[in-house]
Ligand binder design. Structure first.
Ligand SMILES: CC(C)(COP(=O)(O)OP(=O)(O)OC[C@H]1O[C@@H](n2cnc3c(N)ncnc32)[C@H](O)[C@@H]1OP(=O)(O)O)[C@@H](O)C(=O)NCCC(=O)NCCS
Length: 179
């Protein structure tokens, strides 16, 4: 379906909303038709663009195009994108290890936040994990100067756990340090 808005097709409008200014802003009331599908290798640049806009792209080694490609080929992973008329506006990725399902990352383009797209991504990844046998689902939620996802996940019914995510940024250094 082609939706005309301010003399633009939705495809042009989405592009303008993402890459330019003015068109299809966050609060426009369009009847949005989104598609959710599996990640393909050439989706990486569009997702990275969104991650950068949201301040979520600080570690290219784990979030860059090569990492995305490797992640998407892992059979334990579910990696989905949300698009409108072929333009990517969000993504979610997570892993089911046979017992626990964990969402590692979700992002929605700033112009499209607050329109139910994040909720749809969570519903789809949760359905896929459930179909694979997962009884529960967790997420690495948090907040930084640029983003805060705690309230979003609370609204969806996720509960706080007394857990802290810790990371060692150099796996070689860790192995060297340990006796
Ligand atoms: C967090 C994020 C994925 C949510 O996606 P979204 O498409 O904006 O969310 P939805 O429109 O489905 O929102 C569902 C509900 O959560 C609320 N919500 C969404 N993001 C929120 C936020 N950051 N803080 C508070 N509430 C939020 C919405 O207002 C909505 O509430 P309602 O049901 O009362 O109307 C998206 O806003 C985003 O990418 N944010 C920046 C990056 C980020 O925080 N990523 C997660 C890192 S773990």
């Amino acid at each position: 379906m082609i939706i005309i808005y301010a003399n633009m097709t939705i495809n042009e409008g989405v592009k303008a909303g993402i890459y330019g200014e003015g068109a299809l802003m966050k609060d426009s009331n369009l009847d949005i038709e989104t598609t959710i599908r599996k990640f393909h290798g050439d989706d990486a640049p569009a997702i990275i663009e969104i991650l950068k806009l949201n301040g979520q792209y600080s570690h290219p080694i784990v979030d860059g195009p090569e990492a995305m490609s490797k992640v998407s080929k892992n059979p334990s992973v579910v990696f989905l994108v949300s698009e409108i008329d072929g333009i990517i506006i969000g993504s979610v990725r997570g892993i089911y290890d046979g017992s626990r399902a964990l969402i590692h990352q979700i992002t929605v383009h700033p112009n499209w936040q607050g329109k139910g797209i994040g909720t749809k991504l969570i519903k789809n990844i949760a359905s896929e994990f459930r179909d694979r046998g997962a009884p529960t689902i967790s997420v690495t939620a948090g907040k930084s100067e640029k983003w805060d996802s705690i309230e979003f996940f609370e609204k969806l019914g996720f509960e706080d756990m007394p857990i802290k995510l810790m990371i060692h940024f150099d796996i070689n250094e860790l192995i060297k340090e340990l006796k």
